[in-house]
Design a protein around this ligand. Sequence first.
Ligand code: SAM
Ligand code: SF4
Length: 333
Amino acid sequence: MASKLVDRYGRAITYLRLSVTDKCNLNCFYCRSDPSKCAVEPSEARLSVEHYRQISEVAGALGISRIRLTGGEPLLRTDIVKIVEAVAGAKGIRDLSLTTNGMLLDRMAEDLAAAGLKRVNISLDSLDEENFRQITKGGCLESALTGIESALKAGLVPVKLNVVLLKGINDHEIEKFLRLTLDQDLHVRFIEYMPTTGQEGKWADYFLDLARVMEIGASIAPLKQLKGEHGGGPARYYSLEGAVGKIGLISPLSRHFCAQCNRLRVTADGKLKPCLFSEDEVDLYPALGNVQALKIKFKEAMSLRADPCIVASTPEERRGQFRGKRFMSQIGG
Ligand code: SAM
Ligand code: SF4
């Protein structure tokens, strides 16, 4: 279906990220560096299964065809399987995925797949136990790896691994991550570290341009750029010669993709965000229960979408353009 949501700059919206909680069982330093400052939304403000169903129905009717569930850690919601069922059942939604840190995936993968989830992205910033624990402040690498296995077994494919590249922290592991794609059908996606709320003081110390990944890739084997559909997102895809898996590069700073941005976000407390990097929000809460009112709220968000032409082209200048009050765990990535 053609999108009925087109912003002032001609960008059609076809993708929605729904956050289901701002709580998390990890504290990755690039996301929730100071958990004491990440005020958790009160449970009465949290969207219910019925709310997610309504929002997804309206999104489907407005031409959105892909939805991703995110958080915080979405698997902390005890009703996550019911949320998946509700969203998967919405008319017009043909692709439903979920982003998780994988800690609880082992016991839930089968149920999520049976409820209508198509695939998962799993955050994995290190393949070294101690480094993983330090980055996530207490996370267990073994649980993440078991989560990946369970996702593959449950058919939640392709399994995409998200690696936030951090200078001096995990850049020495780039080669190990790239080599994973040689014999495993995984999409290993490197993401540039973004200077989101709470990260301002650290960003310059740890930011690394993804060009480094390409250099190391080329030293392993010839790299081929892959064309075509890889989930409708901003990743550029490559493969190493002879590899079964793929490599994705997501560069919101060094090669921003705002001109192609096709997405909206809804926070777990019901705020529609027109743009990741701005403070603007449209409150869906008063419109819940009224399809027409919800549609108007989505359209309202179109007028708040940022002009892609004003986005700075260098990471340093771009850094100064980030605005927002929410930590990444309160938005959903
Ligand atoms: N807890 C889940 C997880 O970690 O996959 C889902 C929520 S998390 C906020 C979604 C994505 O945002 C993760 O892949 C995470 O690595 C990414 N992320 C968080 N903070 C980031 C930052 N400052 N820069 C780039 N990516 C970030
Ligand atoms: Fe939690 Fe995901 Fe943020 Fe890590 S990246 S703190 S797992 S929300």
